[in-house]
Ligand binder design. Structure first.
Ligand code: FCA
Length: 328
């Protein structure tokens, strides 16, 4: 009886000091590192995470990581600010093991968003919690949207080419274009009319450079459809089709994301070859990953290994309604 009142508080204090799992809630700083800080998709994710931090009382440090060096400096920078962890969309998924080594040196927790780390064998790093698109299904939605619009325009499949802008180094990108291809083939698209344009990156300018020569070498087709891992890349393909001299009516481009890049295109007075995009909530991606990391830091609950999100087709006709529905 005499010893407990003294020992119990001591033991409790020692426990708190030794337990790195649970963080006082008013002292949380989390990083949010993205590969393309200028793209609307990523700006929106970082905004949503920042807003959540304001609501819950933690700080979000927004950082760019456009290559491996920049990511490592961002992690050093976060460490000097006392951050407990970060959300990241890496510039190259193969950097996963290097990024994790640096984070572990500092005892930081890491979750990935959009692009999932792979290990040296190219397999997903299951130990790092991830949230991203269900790439194959969303790709199928793209393929079906293109097939529907081809039917609506009454195009003869023999005379239609597909510009498939690919990025096979990024697994989610491959899943998306594979899903679109499979859906198109199921709907009767001619396999030999699918022409590849491998892009170096995931942006508009790399897609434009990849697409231009494909148009100029294949002048025999009457109509074109265009797909890629995201709308930024499809827009690069659409711009290349315009430069080649194709009319908007002869092009059906369908993207993925539903971000400011698509809104700007739908807001143009005259329709372009950009028919639509499968919109996914970047707001939800940013908010949910920040929430998952915050819960992990403050309560010790590690998030689920993999969460896959779904999409909704957005066109010139419904884009504002879909945008509002997805909280964009
Ligand atoms: C990748 C793409 C982005 C976005 C994200 C969910 O990172 O590059 O445009 O589609 O997946």
């Amino acid at each position: 009886m005499s010893r407990f009142p003294i020992l119990a508080p001591l033991a409790f204090g020692a426990c708190l000091a030794l337990s790195p799992l649970v963080q006082a809630q008013d002292d949380v700083t989390l990083g949010f590192i993205v590969k393309k800080p200028e793209q609307a998709w990523f700006i929106n994710e970082q905004d949503a995470a920042t807003r959540l931090g304001e609501e819950k009382g933690f700080e979000v440090v927004r950082l760019a990581g456009e290559d491996g060096q920049e990511v490592l400096s961002a992690i050093d920078n976060l460490n000097s600010q006392g951050a407990q962890g970060f959300v990241i969309c890496p510039p190259d998924v193969r950097l996963g093991p290097t990024i994790m080594r640096r984070a572990e040196q500092y005892g930081m927790k890491v979750v990935t968003v959009d692009d999932r780390f792979v290990n040296a064998d190219g397999e997903p790093m299951e130990a790092v919690p991830h949230l991203g698109m269900s790439g194959y299904k969303i790709g199928q939605q793209v393929g079906n949207a293109i097939a529907d619009e081809m039917e609506a325009r009454g195009w003869d499949p023999e005379k239609v080419a597909a510009l498939r802008i690919t990025n096979y180094e990024l697994p989610t990108a491959k899943k998306r274009t594979d899903g679109a291809t499979d859906a198109l083939l199921d709907r009767g698209f001619q396999e030999s009319n699918i022409l590849d344009a491998p892009q170096q990156n995931t942006d508009t300018s790399s897609a434009f450079s990849a697409a231009s020569p494909v148009f100029s070498k294949n002048g025999e087709y009457e109509h074109w459809v265009i797909y890629a891992l995201n709308e930024e890349s499809v827009l690069g393909g659409v711009r290349a089709s315009e430069q080649y001299g194709l009319a908007a009516d002869d092009v059906i481009g369908v993207g993925i994301n539903g971000s400011g890049a698509a809104f700007a295109e739908f807001s143009r007075e005259k329709p372009t070859g950009f028919h639509g995009t499968v919109a996914v909530s970047s707001t939800m991606h940013g908010r949910q990953t920040a929430q998952n990391l915050y819960t992990w830091v403050t309560e010790g609950d590690k998030p689920k290994a993999n969460t896959e999100t779904t999409g909704t087709l957005m066109t010139r006709d419904n884009w504002e309604a879909v945008r509002d529905e997805l909280g964009l």
